[in-house]
Design a protein around this ligand. Sequence first.
Ligand code: UDP
Length: 241
Amino acid sequence: MGHKSDIKLIVDGKRTDGRTVDQCREVTMEVNVIPAADGSAKVGFGSTVALASVYGPRELFPRFMQESDTGILRTRYNMAPFSVDDRKKPGQDRRSQEISKVMKHALEPVLFLQEFPKVTVDAFAEVIQADGSTRVTGINAVSLALVAAGIPMSHMVTAVSVGKADGELVTDLNGKEDNFGEADMGFAMVHDTGEVTLLQMDGELTLDEIKKLLDMAQTACGQILEKQKKALRDFYVKRGE
Ligand code: UDP
């Protein structure tokens, strides 16, 4: 991230994948794709694809890890070895630990965990194809999977990346923009309330650019939230038929 390079990321207002600056890649969302999970979802932003599964609420073992006055959310983000061309070394590394942690913080505020003392809700985000913006794709997927699992939530959490490539402010960074752009920002919010639950920035931006990017992120989250709702509607309508 943030490496200056000769790679052209924007030519005549078009990005490497043909998008305009404020356009998301094609967003695909499907709910309950993993039968054994209590809730699951598959979310794709272009060729970045994440699978999320949720288990619980269930009793937390070992018991000494239980919180007597609240339930807890445990999250695990993982990039599959086959998710990138040059095979990622399997297992957890510092990056995936950090992303697991920010994912937990991004989602916890909408859960009524205090209603479920001693239990855990376990959420997994598995990136099966990685082409930039995997953490936000994972957050969108886990948010859907939590709803599908019937976990009591006040709202859905919606996430997107924004940033700067070739001097232009852009929405939903692809892998090239993430690697060779000037800045990237991971963002998650509760669109209905305006509460921001993830804000990470990497690279160089002016205060004015940050303000503009936050506006772009909010607009994109509004569009993505509609797709999350549609994915849920599609699932429950189909099930009811
Ligand atoms: N990436 C990779 N191998 C890795 C980690 C990341 O190829 O071990 C790529 C992947 O396409 C990812 C991008 O680099 O989406 C940006 O990673 P970053 O850490 O910025 O997180 P993300 O934008 O995916 O949330």
